[in-house]
Design a protein around this ligand. Sequence first.
Ligand SMILES: O=C(O)CCC(=O)C(=O)O
Ligand SMILES: [Fe+2]
Length: 185
Amino acid sequence: MPADLFGAPVLPGLATAGDFISPDEEGTLIAAIDAAPLAPFRFQGWTGKRLTHSYGWTYDFDRARFAESEPIPEWLRPLQARAAAFAGLEPAELAHVLLIRYDPGAGIGWHRDRPVFEHVVGVSLGAEAGMRFRRRRDGGFERRSLPLPPRAAYHLSEEARHGWEHSIAPIQETRWSVTFRSLRR
Ligand SMILES: O=C(O)CCC(=O)C(=O)O
Ligand SMILES: [Fe+2]
């Protein structure tokens, strides 16, 4: 398993790996994401700035409905296998994948991933961004932050997955991400 970015985890249940993919693989993945049918993320009639497309299983936020969708394409299979090995899972367990392109000025607000999912394995491409974590504590929030350099991967499970919210602040360059998730049993 690739070394942790810091040697020590930022949070229990948060594992990170630098240089998870090569620069060549990064370029190929970015081109494939850009060729996918990306569309603005929609939430209860509100449209976000980031562009997304998912495979495997899809949560339709507009209709609050979760359903099996288009199978994970061949070009994502090697990354799915690598992400699964990193998280100690079987490739087929990462049954859902979300592609995101954050154009300049796009980010993702505070949230916990949907409870239909369990493990979350993300791969970061393009510009470096920062993932922020927070949880409510008496009189305010406890906070942590995780830099996400290009080609890094992270795995959210247990406390980091369930006990904290996360977000990514908008930046002025383009960043892409590939997020695999397992379904909760
Ligand atoms: O872009 C990322 O790495 C994070 C995306 C995310 O948190 C989500 O889609 O739930
Ligand atoms: Fe998330």
